[in-house]
Write a protein that binds this ligand. Structure first.
Ligand code: ADP
Length: 212
């Protein structure tokens, strides 16, 4: 994997990739930043990636996955992404700092566009306003949430509580206090204090999580 831009987002991403066993080439125009992080990466290079020739010399077009983690330098982010598209990198992930930036990257043809501040802000809003412990929206109307089992879902097998038909959500996982997550079946009996993972329409997931 190659990560261009070793700011907070780029380095968090690169660090997690390294932890999960990937080899990562990290590139940034800031020499001090590269020096600081070089031990944490398989390879690190100082370069201005808006220069197409430099990108090619670093062998970046040969990578299957390249992350453009340049945010505030919008022009650079767009230019680097277009070089990678010209070189037909199969999976280009690009970070956007605004809707407009994201739209340009999508129109250019970036395969995956993420807007971390915006997405995290939306996600945290659901946690602040309700009882959910975690919330992941998949598209505008569908979400997955971690929450405490509401009383209506406890004490009887999930099949008998009719959670799916009554509340429009599916319980997919359960964790007893102090235990690990396991998948839930129709026979699973939830107890008060259990943490559960539920999926469904966003409004149904929210309503269900707030039942307790
Ligand atoms: P974050 O908010 O995640 O810290 P920034 O957008 O502030 O993200 O930082 C992105 C990084 O991208 C910075 O470290 C910056 O030096 C680097 N960067 C910006 N332009 C280029 C470029 N043309 N080539 C390589 N790295 C760049």
């Amino acid at each position: 994997m190659a990560v261009i831009g070793l700011g907070r987002f780029g380095m968090s991403l690169a660090g997690e990739l390294m932890r999960t066993g990937w080899e990562v080439l990290g590139v940034d125009a800031d020499e001090q930043l590269v020096q600081r992080h070089s031990d944490a990466l398989t390879h690190a290079a100082v370069a201005d990636c808006t220069d197409h020739e430099v990108l090619r010399q670093l062998g970046i077009p040969d990578f299957h996955n390249v992350v453009v983690a340049i945010g505030s330098a919008v022009e650079a982010s767009i230019l680097v992404t277009s070089h990678l598209l010209d070189d037909e990198v199969p999976n280009i992930w690009a970070k956007a700092i605004s809707h407009q930036h994201g739209r340009i990257l999508e129109r250019l043809g970036a395969h995956h566009v993420v807007q971390p501040e915006h997405e995290m802000g939306e996600r945290v809003a659901h946690l602040v306003a309700g009882r959910m412990l975690d919330f992941i929206p998949f598209d505008e109307h569908y979400a997955l949430a971690k929450t405490l089992a509401p009383p209506t879902a406890t004490g009887r097998p999930l099949g008998a509580t009719a959670v799916r038909s009554r509340h429009g959500v599916t319980v997919v996982g359960v964790k007893r206090p102090g235990g690990h997550f396991t998948y839930a079946t129709a026979e699973t009996v939830l107890e008060p204090g259990d943490v559960i993972i539920v999926t469904g329409e966003t409004s149904a997931v929210e309503a269900f999580a707030n039942l307790g």
